[in-house]
Design a protein around this ligand. Structure first.
Ligand SMILES: [Zn+2]
Length: 325
């Protein structure tokens, strides 16, 4: 499906087979010299075929365009890095770069980290083996063109300014259509689902960063946000307020769970309300358990940064308790 979003800017909906995200919204800023594609989809055959078919309908070819990728996740970067050739530029942010195509050792190390947070080793290993980022990421490294906050691109008569929104990933970068005050917002704000906030190496408080980035985007007083998945956002101020409330509620649920006493993150996780269908937590798929536990850890880290929670490493297990307890 192709839909015009602004004159000369179209959306391509690329289905993501068997993914709860359903599809990625890829955008093309048409330009007589060098069109710009913003985000792609997984590096897998079905996505590649859909993307190439729709791209051809816009009159573009995969190596006649440049790419701007909002963040490292495979449902945005995977195809871009594998389709770009013949000098096509792939614009990307610097903090996400080391994780664009991590080594096998990274996935094994992350599995052990989740085990420290209480996820059973078998679940952590299975989740890491089946992680979409590992299966559908770029198959090779690419000489990315690094973009920084405030950098500008000119395509299709539009001025496109980078707005860094750290939180969903360490370097998540949005792109502002300056003339219309419309933001290609990747996964920073989504209309129908809440962006996953998880733990990252080198970030002590990713949720804190994410909430600051929400302030940053709220201050832009956008006329519209063009999202990475599902519906567009016309009332950005209200959606940002809902996302804040969502995280405030989740922080409260974490505090309530810890009232029982000291726990690891995996033990807190079943006490949180998730947008998942299950009767008993044990039956939840290991990949979903891992995403949920990562989200719990980010909330625990936020509470610790605000001195509401304390952590300690007890025989290789990270335990959290309320500061007042
Ligand atoms: Zn995404």
């Amino acid at each position: 499906m192709i839909e015009e979003m602004l004159p000369g800017i179209v959306r391509l909906e690329i289905p993501l087979p068997r993914s709860p995200l359903k599809a990625t919204n890829s955008y093309v800023v048409l330009d007589p010299e060098r069109p710009l594609v913003i985000d792609t989809a997984f590096n897998r055959t079905e996505c590649r075929e859909s993307f190439l078919l729709l791209l051809r309908e816009t009159g573009c070819t995969p190596d006649g365009v440049d790419y701007f990728v909002t963040h490292l996740h495979a449902d945005h970067l995977g195809l871009a890095a594998s389709l770009a050739r013949n000098g096509a530029r792939v614009y990307f942010n610097e903090p996400d770069l080391p994780l664009a195509r991590p080594a096998n050792s990274y996935w094994e190390w992350m599995g052990r980290l989740y085990e420290q947070h209480g996820l059973p080793l078998s679940d952590a290993r299975e989740a890491m083996a089946r992680h979409p980022g590992r299966i559908y990421g770029p198959e090779a490294d690419y000489p990315y063109t690094i973009m920084h906050d405030g950098d500008v691109l000119h395509r299709g008569g539009y001025t496109l300014r980078c707005v860094q929104t750290v939180g969903h990933t360490p370097g998540h970068m949005c792109l502002l259509v300056v003339e219309d005050n419309v933001l290609f917002c990747g996964d920073h704000i989504l209309g129908d689902i809440t962006p996953n906030i998880t733990m990252w190496t080198g970030m002590t408080n990713p949720l804190g960063c994410y909430l600051e980035s929400l302030d940053r985007v709220a201050a832009l007083q956008l006329s519209r946000a063009l999202t990475g998945h599902r519906s567009m956002i016309d009332d950005c101020a209200s959606r940002i307020a809902e996302l804040r409330e969502h995280h405030a509620n989740r922080l409260e649920e974490v505090i309530t769970s810890l009232k029982d006493g000291e726990k690891d993150a995996a033990a807190v996780t079943p006490d949180i309300s998730w947008d998942l269908k299950y009767d008993c937590w044990d039956e939840v798929h290991p990949v979903q358990k891992l995403f949920a536990t990562g989200e719990t850890i980010a909330h625990l880290q936020y509470l610790e940064a605000h001195s509401a929670v304390r952590s300690r490493n007890h025989r290789g297990r990270m335990l959290y308790r309320l500061s007042a307890a």
